[in-house]
Design a protein around this ligand. Sequence first.
Ligand SMILES: NC(=O)c1ccc[n+]([C@@H]2O[C@H](COP(=O)([O-])OP(=O)(O)OC[C@H]3O[C@@H](n4cnc5c(N)ncnc54)[C@H](O)[C@@H]3O)[C@@H](O)[C@H]2O)c1
Length: 238
Amino acid sequence: MSVGLAGKAAIVTGAAQGLGYAISKAYVTAGMRVALLDVKADLLQSVQAELGANSTAFTVDLSDGEHTQAVAQQAVTWCGVPSVLVHNAAILVNRPLLAIHLADFQRELAVIIQAAFILTQAVWEPMTAAGGGSIVFVSSRSGVVGFDEESPYVAGKHALEGFMKCMAIEGKARQIAVNTITPGMYMHTPMSEYNYSEALKQQWIDPMRLTPAFLTLATQDGRGISGERLNAWHMSQQ
Ligand SMILES: NC(=O)c1ccc[n+]([C@@H]2O[C@H](COP(=O)([O-])OP(=O)(O)OC[C@H]3O[C@@H](n4cnc5c(N)ncnc54)[C@H](O)[C@@H]3O)[C@@H](O)[C@H]2O)c1
């Protein structure tokens, strides 16, 4: 059990599978209570059943702004005081510019950046009242460079990096740490099953191996690491 985390609460998006599931499992194992958010209701229920009474499932489509606002409030209420928010959910669909429908562009951006805005607003006052907290946005190399046929995802991840920089400045007086984190290593997740070449699949690792970084970030507030683009693989090796 990680020192200092028992009894604390977390909100994790994209918790039904992949990296979000791994983070949620690591947090519950560390004695934390975790609000699990995802759009995949059945999968989320089975994750909740596995993780047990220290977790609760909140089914939400994070591209739906009003529903996300309502569910974010419910999750905060369930947590009491969330010590850490990890916004991890994202959609990656590869196609060229002219194959992207406007509604899909809006949906993919909304899951990444609009949900980050809504969730951050929801935890801002409770974390301030509690004397601080930690907000983590899961980014990617796509947050700093472009890739072929990934324009909504790359635009969303770049937006996340900019939003983090502003929130880290605003969060300082509130003792709220705000960071982005990139996996830093090829991960074996459903997103990667779809997206990786056979060569990359030779190198992928279980995302559980990246969770030490997320445990460290759950202990932070604005007096510690903030305003940084972090690397989960490097942090997890320390
Ligand atoms: N897989 C990689 O190699 C890789 C590389 C760099 C960054 N990342 C980032 O890591 C994070 C996790 O990736 P992953 O590989 O575990 O992805 P994944 O696709 O396996 O899991 C993403 C989760 O987000 C959820 N989600 C998607 N749309 C949603 C919506 N509208 N509302 C609510 N939930 C929604 C999915 O249901 C899923 O459970 C993402 O932010 C991704 O951009 C992944």
